[in-house]
Design a protein around this ligand. Structure first.
Ligand SMILES: Nc1ncnc2c1ncn2[C@@H]1O[C@H](COP(=O)(O)OP(=O)(O)OP(=O)(O)O)[C@@H](O)[C@H]1O
Ligand SMILES: [Mg+2]
Length: 250
């Protein structure tokens, strides 16, 4: 459903994504982990056609991100790191607008709006203007705009950032529930969250995909089947730093 082939992205001389290849199957939830500046957001921006890769290719539902960006955009729902909201619009008007832009009309549009209000827990702010909302509610409205057209693929950049613990649990549950019908790629800095809801984890460091697999597979790669997720993450992170230095001859 999602495939990256030797994806590489440079910003000027900065290599943000370095020869990354992977496949994500339908109905799979994959969690992206990596330190600040690892390249998670850049990779998601390439997959969602916000930026074109310097090299390599990516396919979403069979559509190529450079040859058929419109096909890709129709297939995906995307929650960027900063939710794309219009501060002066009311939440109901904003979601109506996004639904119409996604070619929903009439009863279908109403049904989808009703669904996202309840799924994302935004009923209490439905008539509020976006600039009045707290960070967590902005995040929920951002998630609602990503879901309004019931996309096959969801790409979520830190979907639980800014949410309170109760809402984090709610959004995690929603992601798991949605994955029965959707393919989901999301990034997070919360290791427990990644392991709790993902079928597989991708670990990125300095633009490279340095490990991928189930938690059990990552543990066995690290040689310690009893290791905690923090230990697994740190071992993979340190190993990848070392490999990078060796390549640079340091
Ligand atoms: N628009 C840009 N122009 C130039 N460099 C950029 C741009 N966006 C990101 N970068 C650089 O690309 C690299 C990867 O950044 P990116 O935002 O993809 O990382 P990230 O893994 O999402 O980090 P975080 O966990 O902090 O969100 C970093 O070195 C960053 O400074
Ligand atoms: Mg980021």
């Amino acid at each position: 459903m999602i495939e990256a082939k030797n994806l590489t992205m440079f910003y000027g001389s900065t290599c943000a994504v370095d020869d990354v290849s992977f496949k994500v199957s339908p109905s799979e939830i994959v969690g992206f982990l990596g330190p600040n500046g690892a390249g998670k957001t850049t990779l998601m921006r390439v997959l969602t056609t916000f930026i074109y890769p310097t090299k390599g290719a990516a396919l979403i539902g069979g559509c190529d991100v450079t040859r058929d960006p419109i096909g890709v955009r129709k297939a995906i729902g995307y929650l960027p790191e900063i939710p794309p909201l219009y501060p002066d619009m009311r939440v109901d008007d904003f979601l109506d607008f996004v639904g119409r832009a996604r070619e929903l009309r009439g009863r279908q549009l109403k049904e989808r709006k009703d669904w996202v209000v309840s799924a994302c827990g935004i009923g209490s702010v439905w008539k509020h203007r976006v600039y009045e909302l707290s960070l967590g509610f902005r995040q929920r409205v951002g998630l609602a705009q990503a879901l309004i057209h019931d996309p096959k693929v969801l790409i979520l950049d830190e979907p639980t950032s800014g949410l309170d613990p109760i809402q984090i649990i709610g959004i995690r549950g929603l992601i798991q529930d949605l994955a029965k019908r959707k393919t989901i790629l999301f990034s997070t800095h919360i290791l427990q969250e990644a392991s709790a809801i993902s079928h597989r984890l991708f670990i990125i460091n300095q633009g490279k995909l340095v490990a991928q697999g189930t938690l059990a597979e990552l543990r066995s790669q690290g040689g310690n089947p009893d290791a905690s997720l923090e230990e697994v993450f740190l071992a993979i992170f340190r190993r990848s730093q070392k490999t990078k230095k060796e390549h640079a001859g340091v």
